[in-house]
Ligand binder design. Structure first.
Ligand code: HEM
Length: 579
């Protein structure tokens, strides 16, 4: 049994502790006498379990109005109170049966009480319980984490909107998915705070511009990022992009019309190109001089992020331990490129040269190395997103020969009339843009949706009201395949974006491939340039066909949405065209 010296060692106030100890001792004695005199009913009424239940109810009521209770603070408070209580019991020389009776079992009662109140609160009393959705989702974020962890989230949400036939469904204890174009401007146009969903995206303790929940930081960082995409810089990147595309065409020609795994080829091409644009030097993936596991590390990181990133409480606790392997592996690879880049100093012209600059208005910059690194990692991830969109477009063209032919005709005619295939020259080709818009609509690389927090006043949408502090998002895949906004929504019809079938875009507000509002994609123009140039040049050079081992079922099952899409094998043939 610890003595009072034990407490002095921890610099506790001995006198106060002794008084608390006396108090508990009297309570124990009193309770003992009481039990002796009233062995039956009274003992139940004043048992430590009753106290635990009362404390459980009080603590749940006290926490209920707090919008985002910090896991660490809650656990810390609970731990400290328990520590003091147990210590005091030990000081009054309580024996083990008393400790069991007055500490361990009441603690269990307390936890069971809190669990019951939480379950009842989430299922029946929450302001979100009027919205339909799976009960398991309402109970815990674990449901959402498993769906994001196994890459089926956006498709599941789409299925649920259909199943419940509802614009708003509940996908978490405090999460709502809103399949309503009317809501886009209201939710994303008001600069509401980003949801806690983004806390999981921290990389080695640092956030990139996409994950920061601070308006202050975002405004400064966004100005720094935007400077990387001014027209002169985009023109420079276009030149670098052309060089990379020529490399890709050479590689595809070498295959001589044989089947290739397009996902691998384009993933590697996109990573090399993105590293070139981000760090001024490619990642050496295609020529085998770089880290051959980099593409794999990106996929493993995204899968990790899908599950753990969604469990905010777990992420907050994990933050106190060594960083997880998938995060470390991914970050280290980018950091190596960043260190090389910094050694080259001002001689390199790339996105990082802008990220190293000061914000002109405030004079602030990314001073913390990990903050700079987190932002360059974002650039790499977004480059990978562009790659998956290109792969999915090429696959669609292989499947829809009529679309491929029509696109080839447009590009051939453009070249015949003296046009070249540079980014500037092709940017207004209507059918090419139609193809890319359809790819972004049906095969968006970020299909989940951007989470924001509804303010304390709630948000009245007329037929429904979004409750205060709820985390809401527009489900990108669901809304962009909603028949109400895009008739024949599941079909890939580029003509809906041209004059030919303009009636197939019933409400353009629902087209949100780049997000909306202050956090909308900063690299949109760069991504569009990359996609247009790659698709146009590949289609001009090759007939694209499905490979003999193409397997649609396998493709579908390997399509994963870990909040960013990763793809399985895509077996295609690229046969040189005679033009
Ligand atoms: C097809 C390709 C791409 C698509 C569909 C896309 C889409 C998006 C979307 C939807 C967002 C908002 C995400 C959110 O709020 O959570 C976003 C943010 C962002 N994107 Fe892209 N993106 C693409 C490519 C790129 C590229 C190539 C870059 C260049 C580095 C880039 C840079 C960024 C940045 C910096 C942000 C954060 C903006 C902010 O938080 O203010 N993106 N992107």
């Amino acid at each position: 049994m610890p003595s009072t010296d034990f407490w002095e060692y921890f610099e506790f106030n001995h006198v106060i502790m002794a008084k608390v100890a006396n108090g508990i001792q009297s309570f124990v004695n009193l309770f003992g006498d009481y039990q002796a005199r009233n062995p039956d009913s009274a003992a139940r009424a004043t048992s430590p379990h009753t106290a635990a239940i009362v404390i459980g109810i009080i603590s749940c009521l006290a926490l209920a109005p707090v919008p985002e209770p910090s896991t660490i603070e809650v656990l810390f408070g609970y731990g400290i109170l328990n520590f003091v209580y147990l210590g005091t019991l030990l000081m009054v020389q309580a024996d083990y049966s008393t400790i069991l009776e007055y500490w361990l079992l009441p603690n269990l009662t307390y936890l069971v009480t809190c669990t019951i109140i939480t379950v009842v609160g989430r299922l029946l009393l929450s302001s979100l319980s009027t919205f339909p959705g799976p009960k398991r989702a309402a109970l815990s974020n674990y449901w959402m984490a498993t769906k994001l962890g196994n890459g089926t989230f956006s498709k599941t949400v789409k299925g649920l909107h259909k199943k419940y036939n509802a614009a708003v469904i509940r996908t978490g204890p405090n999460e709502l998915s809103v399949n309503d174009a009317e809501a886009i401007v209201k939710i994303y146009g008001e600069n509401y705070q980003r949801g806690p969903f983004y806390e999981g995206g921290k990389m080695r303790g640092a956030t990139s511009i996409r994950e920061t929940r601070s308006h202050y930081h975002h405004t400064i960082w966004r100005r720094i990022w935007d400077a990387a995409f001014i027209p002169t810089e985009l023109k420079y990147y276009a030149g670098e992009t052309d060089i990379a595309i020529f490399g890709l065409l050479k590689l595809l020609k070498k295959q001589n019309g044989e089947e290739v795994n397009c996902t691998k080829v384009i993933d590697e091409f996109a990573l090399d190109l993105t590293a070139q644009l981000t760090f001024g030097e490619d990642a050496g993936i295609q020529d085998g001089t770089g880290d051959e596991d980099y593409v794999g590390a990106i996929k493993r990181y995204l899968q990790w992020l899908g599950f753990y990133g969604t469990m905010r409480n777990l992420v907050q606790i994990l933050g106190y331990f060594r960083e997880r392997k998938p995060v470390n592996d991914f970050c280290r690879k980018g950091e190596r490129l960043l260190i090389d880049r910094q050694k080259r100093g001002a001689s390199s012209r790339d996105i990082t040269s802008h990220l190293l600059e000061k914000d002109e208005e405030t004079g602030r910059k990314f001073t913390v190395p990990r903050q700079l690194a987190a932002n360059t990692h974002l650039s790499i991830l977004m480059g990978a997103a562009t790659g998956t969109t290109i792969t999915q477009t090429l696959r669609t063209l292989a499947k829809q020969k009529d679309v491929q032919k029509k696109l080839q005709s447009e590009i051939d005619a453009h070249v015949r009339s003296g046009g070249d295939l540079s980014v500037d020259s092709i940017k207004s080709l209507p059918y090419l843009n139609g193809v890319i818009n359809e790819a972004l609509r049906l095969h968006n690389p970020l299909p989940t949706g951007v989470h924001v927090t509804i303010p304390a006043t709630g948000l009245d949408m007329g037929i429904y009201k979004l409750p205060a502090h709820a985390q809401v998002y527009i489900p990108v895949l669901t809304i962009m395949t909603n028949e109400k906004y895009f008739p024949q929504a599941e079909a890939f019809i580029p003509e809906r974006w041209t004059d030919e079938k303009a009636e197939l875009v019933a409400d353009k507000r629902a087209f949100i491939p780049w997000g909306y509002g202050t956090h909308a994609c900063a690299g949109k123009q760069l991504a569009l340039n990359e996609m247009r140039a790659t698709i146009a040049r590949v289609v001009r050079e090759f007939e694209i066909e499905l490979g003999q081992t193409n397997d649609d079922k396998k493709w579908e099952s390997k399509w994963k949405d870990y909040s960013m899409v990763t793809l399985g094998e895509c077996m295609l043939k690229f046969k040189s065209r005679k033009v």
